[in-house]
Write a protein that binds this ligand. Structure first.
Ligand code: DON
Length: 305
């Protein structure tokens, strides 16, 4: 397979596409992003990295940060985390509140907003938001082997200013005893982790710890058992109520963010980051999903053979 040529073809097709989806407009700073951009980057198990398009342009990783917070929370709490958050797809939008009432304050999974707030609350216990965010940035920088990964304060402030729904979710969780720190601290930490910026090149490198490549010389950040579990959750819940469609079309675990990025793992083979700011009706990158469908098919990387 000529991966360089494949990525160039995918990028050229994405550039020519006129139906690009809609940028997230509920966070004003994200509403200003130019939807004509597209980038893709692939890290292979042999250490090589290939990119095309706007792969060196930083974007807001948003919910992709939930992978890193989950890895840290499992490291800190182990399986007791699963007393506070479930492991089932939700079938509702990422910011939905209805299921929380039915399920008495235990969010369905760690990737919907309610579940991610619980995960962030779990890693915040006994630390300050600055320490928790510092730990998360250290983890990501080590994973990406790149110190130049930062939080965009403007995006964090913009999300806080329009964060009524996440505040409602946090209050709802609090009413069931599933928020342990002061909710403004948990929310502030969550808004800042979502405002971390990375390029596709950095994001693909930061995902290598989930590849579990045999004989890899990369630092091992989490155990193989945890890697398998996080990948399983990415496959079943990583694109919210679009997870079934993503598994059907791409056949790989992935995690999306409303900034238009998707991190996708081809177990033992590759870590892939794709970015296009326009979203589909599920809130996942429209062209990013389409690009992943072509890449997984042409590379033969679907976990389903
Ligand atoms: O909670 C929010 O609204 C955002 N910071 C993150 C949401 C997100 O990225 C959902 N992804 N598709």
């Amino acid at each position: 397979m000529d991966i360089e040529n494949l990525l160039e073809r995918i990028s050229a097709a994405a550039r020519a596409e006129t139906d690009r989806g809609a940028v997230a407009d509920y966070i004003p700073e994200l509403a200003r992003i130019d939807p004509s951009q597209f980038g893709i980057s692939v890290c292979l198990a042999n250490g090589a990295q290939y990119s095309a398009g706007d792969a060196a342009t930083p974007f807001s990783i948003q919910s992709i940060s939930k992978i890193f917070s989950l890895a840290l929370a499992l490291g800190r709490l182990g399986d007791s985390l699963w007393h506070r958050v479930g492991r089932e797809p939700s079938g509702y939008a990422f910011d939905s509140i209805v299921q929380l009432e039915y399920e008495k304050g235990i969010p369905r999974n760690p990737f919907i907003n309610a579940g991610a707030l619980v995960v962030t609350d779990a890693i915040l216990a006994g630390s300050t938001p600055a320490e928790t965010l510092g730990e998360m940035l250290r983890f990501i920088r080590t994973a990406a082997d790149d110190e130049d990964i930062r939080i965009n304060e403007r995006v964090a402030r913009s999300e806080k200013a329009t964060g009524a729904r996440n505040t409602a979710l946090a209050n709802y969780l609090l009413s069931y005893g599933n928020m342990h720190s002061a909710i403004e601290l948990t929310l502030g930490t969550y808004f800042h982790q979502c405002a971390i910026e990375m390029t596709c090149e950095q994001l693909a490198r930061s995902g290598r710890f989930l590849m579990n490549a045999p004989g890899s010389s990369l630092p091992r950040l989490i155990s193989s058992a945890r890697i398998r579990r996080i990948n399983a959750l990415m496959m079943t819940c990583g694109q919210y109520n679009g997870s079934g469609d993503f598994a059907f079309r791409v056949g790989l675990p992935g995690k999306s963010g409303v900034g238009g990025g998707i991190l996708v793992i081809a177990p033992n083979r590759a870590s892939i980051a794709v970015w296009s700011p326009g979203l589909n009706s599920y809130g996942n990158s429209k062209l990013g999903t389409e690009a992943m469908e072509v890449l997984a098919r042409e590379a033969g990387w679907s976990v389903f053979g």
